[in-house]
Design a protein around this ligand. Sequence first.
Ligand SMILES: [Mn+2]
Length: 448
Amino acid sequence: MRQPIFVIGHVNPDTDSISSAVGYAWLLRERDNLDAIAARSGVINKQTSWVLTFLGVDVPHLLTDASPRFEAIARRYDSTTPDRPIRDAWAIFNKTNGIAPIVDKENIPFGLVTGQSLFTLINQLVGPEPNKRVTTLNEILELPCREAADTTVEKFNKSTRIRDLLKKVLREEQNEFWVVDDDGHYVGVVRQRDVLNPPRMKLILVDHNEAQQSVAALEEAELLEILDHHRLGNPPTNTPIKFSVEPVGSTSTLVTEKIYDAGLAPPPEIAGLLIAGIVSDTLNLISPTTTQRDGEAIKKLSRWAFTPTSVLAAETANSFAEKVLGAGSGLGSQPPSEIINRDVKIYSSGEYKFAISQAEVSDIYELNEHKDELQSALGDFRTSKGFDFAVLMVTDVVRGSSRILTENTPAILEDLPFQKNNDGTLIAKDMVSRKKQLVPAILSLLEG
Ligand SMILES: [Mn+2]
């Protein structure tokens, strides 16, 4: 049984998590001939959805839990139909070590022919006293399979976790079970003993290395590799794995470098997707997390992406980047309370507990229209959560600066190095990073 390798980013996937998974899975298939499948551990966001649709790339496979499923242990035995002679089942039976699946014309399980079910049939035909009536083996083999099939066999969905039914399977008197898909179609058969040591799901993590940011039941999976650009917090592993974490602006940058080093050229839509990943994480190379390598990666990708026959033929690196950033932003498309809750981080310093939310816009003037409702939502948010103060950072991802709304900030924060706007908001010119710019500025004042 050949198992696929899932390449997967963090929960609440952003564009870099999706694009690096798709790009790296492509490289592993192309370069190493691996059965690598891009996956995602949650719902994709607005920006990623726009990018995938624009480029015509399929949304990656959803995988929220790494615990083995029945699919992984299903034996995909050949089958025959209820009307065919038992002779057919006999032929399968001999190759599968005693099981012949009988499915109907629509590939829906009908019953299993097993040693037990055959013996039951013979017993019915011959009766308790074998001498009274002689039925030849040939006559039995010509009967339809439906006569010999056990139709009471239980069915399990292929994506059900084995762990969830383990006790039930081991308690059953039956030794074999069907595995079916969501429409009830035959996938395979499992035997009782197969559930005890299911093969672990094979995973490669991209764009994260911490277990709490990863798919559920990560500890049940076999971790093959980590490719990331975040701080370390990786789970321990039993065996050495490939591990590369580098301080660049996006994981898509690292994937691009690997593709380049392999001497390969990805199709335009994959190159475009990787550009979107870099643009999204670095705000088109202006975020303080940006490195020279990110810019070089975009140059390499541009050669592959903006070809005359590609979906990106009419775009340049900059026009495409603006569309990507614009697709993820906007204050009008969601209620104010959601904008505040969507990307909020909680901090504490000394006696203060506070929250900083961030929202992205492609046009900062949008804020003027929504400022009052955001301000009142920020106030409600602060009081309902009991924070000392709350901050909303509205970042113009195209021009690379922010405006800041505050609620109940202590007097000591009057010294923040921002200009005050007429409407009470603060103008934070050239500031785009909450983590690297705003948080340190606030903490340095609070901590004196
Ligand atoms: Mn990233």
